[in-house]
Ligand binder design. Sequence first.
Ligand code: C2E
Ligand code: CA
Ligand code: CA
Ligand code: CA
Length: 279
Amino acid sequence: AKEMGGNCFSFYSQEMNERFENQLKMETALRRAVTNEELFLQYQPRICSHTQKIIGTEALLRWKHPEWGIVPPSRFISQLEESGLIIQVGTWVIREACRQNKLWQDMGLEPIRVSVNLSSRQFRSESLVNAVRSALADSGLEPCYLELELTESLLVDNTEHAISLMYALKELGIALSIDDFGTGYSSLSYLKRFPIDCLKIDRSFITEIASNTKDAAIVEAISTLAHNLGIGLVAEGVENINQAKLLKGYGCNEMQGYYYSRPVDANHLASVISQQNSL
Ligand code: C2E
Ligand code: CA
Ligand code: CA
Ligand code: CA
């Protein structure tokens, strides 16, 4: 039994070791990714429910590793957070999204709003407001064409600080949204206190909206709430026409999901926008 225990322990510690080594390997690879410019953005359209036109797009971070290929964000965002690299990378994402959106406008495309995801570490960093301000100034993008997506968990940590930070961001003229709405601590009181322009209903409420009456009731209630508060509403993860029709019926004014488009490269999105403009 003693031997067994010993074996178990050494097996366990070996596994721990491997995990630690993998984490180190990942971190080294990520540092290299930043210097070698292996990170890039894809863009998923946000569609107006009424006109069916692209009125916005969410910037999503991608990593193309020379051997591993495309690594999904679920595999590396948390490592970026833990290593602190997220500040540098997150700043680059904001700058790149602004630069790209201005470029689309300079190409003559109808202006759209680009939204960028913020991590909690970025939200807590001193430099955020200045980073956004200089991204706007350096790109020449009008502030109303930039939106930051915040999650509920990021707002409940230090509410007073969050409120003043959000007002500072709003002063720059940008839009703010709550991402994955309904999955965090949805203390509805913050909707009253935070300067929020729109709510993005999490995909988990959309997936079974046609068959699950509870999901449908929740979405309908959120929609009524958003309307009465004068806040926009976006449905995430819309995958079929049935969901789209129901959501439109519930008063959801914007849609995002594979039914309309997967996240695509910047050039691809530009050609789709220019085609819809010439219709
Ligand atoms: P998110 O902000 O909730 O982004 C939406 C995710 O849902 C994206 O996954 C998108 O590709 C996926 N999606 C969109 N439509 C559909 C659909 O119809 N069906 C399904 N099944 N999925 C859909 P992605 O690109 O893998 O990103 C995952 C998460 O990584 C994001 O979730 C966000 O939390 C994080 N992330 C991505 N880019 C950044 C970034 O630049 N900074 C930070 N901090 N986080 C990011
Ligand atoms: Ca998002
Ligand atoms: Ca989301
Ligand atoms: Ca999500």
